[in-house]
Design a protein around this ligand. Structure first.
Ligand code: CP3
Length: 341
C-alpha cells in the first residue's frame, strides 16, 4: 500500500485526517528577523529571481513552525515582470506599475508566460521539493481581477474605480486584458506544478470589490479557465471581503475556498455548499493581542471549521509584519493538539 498523502493534501480533498493541517498566508516575510536579515539590501523583485534566496526564505517558517505546508516565496507580480512589464515592488506600498495599462494597445503588448521566462522559479521549486521531504509546497498566482487592478490603477487601490470603469465601460478591452492575464497565470502555475508544487492557491485578493452579478459576468469565466487548467492538483481560491462571493468562488472550480475573518467558517460552509473544503480564518490582528486572547479565538475557528467537509487552518489574510513569531509557533502547535483524532 502506498504511504498516505500528507494531511494538508488529504484535507484539500476532504479525506479523513489525523489532525487539522495548518499554514499561514505570508508565513515567510517581515515578521521573521531571519527574513529581514537575508533580505537586507536586496530589493523584493531581485529576491524573487534568486533561487538560493527563494529556497532559504520559503524554508524559514518551516524551521520555526509545525506547519503542514510551505508556500513558494515570490509575488503575484513576478510573472508580469517576467513578460516585460515595467514594475517594481515598493516597500510599505506594494506593486507599482510604470505605465498603467488602460487601452487596447497596451493590452495587445501582453504576451503569455512560458517556463523559460522564469527559470529561477523552476530551479527554486525543484530545490525546495528536495528539501521539504513530506511537506507539500503550495504554488500560487494572482488571479486576473487582482492583477488587472494593479495594472490598471498603476498600484494599490482602495476602491478599484479605474478598474471597474474599464470593466463596465470597455468590455472588449476588459475581455482581452482578462484573457491575456488568464494565460499568464496558467503559465506561472503550470511552471510551479511541473517543477513539483503539489497544490496551488489562486489569490484574488481584491475581488471582494465586485458584486456577485458582476463577478459572474466579468471575473468568473477567467478563474474557471485557470482552475480547469490545474485539475491535476488541489486548488485553493482566496480573496478578501468575499463573503457574498464564496459560493461562486467555489463554483469557479476550486477544491478549497479561502475565507477571511468576516464570515464564521460554519456560515461559510453553508454559503459554499457541499463538495468543497474551507481554509481560514483567524483574524491576523488577533495575533497582536496576548496569547490568552488568541487561544479561545483559535479554538472557536477550529470548532466552526468542523462543520466543513475539510478544513485547513489559516489566518483570514496574511501575517502582519509586527506579529511575534512565537505566537504563530504556539498557534500551529495548538491547532495540532486540539484537532488530534
Ligand atoms: O504567503 C507567503 O508567505 C508567500 C509569499 C507571498 C508574497 N506575496 C511575498 C511578499 C505571496 C503569496 C504574495 C502574494 C501577493 N502579493 C498578494 C496576494 C496575497 C494577499 O496579500 O492578498 C498581493 C495582493 C501581493 C501584492 C503585494 N506585494 C503587496 C500588497 C505587498 C506588500 C507591500 C508592503 O511592503 O507592505 C507586496 C510585497 C511583498 N510580497 C512582500 C512579501 C514578503 C513584502 C516585501 C518586503 O519584504 O519588502
Amino acid at each position: 500500500m502506498p504511504a498516505e498523502d500528507p494531511v494538508f493534501l488529504r484535507a484539500c480533498r476532504r479525506e479523513p485526517v489525523s489532525h487539522t493541517p495548518v499554514w499561514f498566508m505570508r508565513q515567510a516575510g517581515r515578521s521573521l528577523p531571519e527574513y529581514l536579515r537575508v533580505r537586507e539590501g536586496i530589493p523584493m523583485l531581485e529576491s524573487c529571481a534568486n533561487p538560493d534566496l527563494i529556497i532559504e526564505i520559503t524554508l524559514q517558517p518551516v524551521r520555526r513552525y509545525a506547519i503542514d505546508a510551505a508556500i513558494f516565496f515570490s509575488d503575484i507580480v513576478v510573472p508580469l515582470k517576467a513578460i516585460g512589464i515595467d514594475l517594481d515592488i515598493k516597500p510599505g506600498v506594494g506593486p507599482v506599475i510604470a505605465d498603467p495599462i488602460r487601452d487596447k494597445d497596451a493590452v495587445s503588448r501582453l504576451r503569455p508566460l512560458a517556463s523559460d521566462d522564469v527559470p529561477y522559479v523552476t530551479e527554486a521549486v525543484k530545490g525546495l521539493v528536495a528539501e521539504l521531504g513530506d511537506i507539500p509546497l503550495i504554488g500560487f498566482a494572482g488571479a486576473p481581477f487582482t492583477l488587472a487592478s494593479y495594472l490598471i490603477e498603476g498600484g494599490p487601490s482602495k476602491n478599484h474605480d479605474r478598474t471597474k470603469a474599464l470593466m463596465y465601460g470597455e468590455p472588449d478591452i476588459w475581455q482581452s486584458l482578462m484573457s491575456a492575464l488568464t494565460e499568464i497565470t496558467i503559465g506561472f502555475l503550470r511552471t510551479q506544478v511541473a517543477a513539483g508544487a503539489r497544490a496551488v492557491q489562486l489569490f484574488d485578493s481584491w475581488v471582494g470589490a465586485v458584486a456577485p452579478e458582476d463577478y459572474t459576468r466579468y471575473v468568473m469565466p477567467y478563474s474557471e479557465q485557470i482552475f480547469a487548467a490545474m485539475a491535476d492538483v488541489p486548488r485553493i481560491h482566496f480573496g478578501v471581503g468575499t463573503g457574498e462571493l464564496l459560493g461562486l468562488m467555489g463554483e469557479a472550480g476550486a477544491d478549497v475556498v479561502g475565507v477571511d475573518w468576516r464570515v464564521p467558517l460554519d456560515d461559510a460552509a453553508r454559503r459554499v455548499g457541499p463538495g468543497k473544503a474551507l481554509q481560514g480564518n483567524l483574524d491576523p490582528s488577533i495575533l497582536l493581542a496576548p496569547w490568552e486572547v488568541v487561544e479561545p479565538r483559535a479554538r472557536q475557528v477550529l470548532a466552526q471549521g468542523r462543520v466543513a467537509e475539510g478544513h485547513i487552518f489559516n489566518l483570514g489574510h496574511g501575517v502582519l509584519p509586527n506579529t511575534n513569531p512565537d505566537q504563530l509557533a504556539r498557534l500551529a502547535d495548538l491547532v495540532h493538539e486540539v484537532s488530534a483524532r
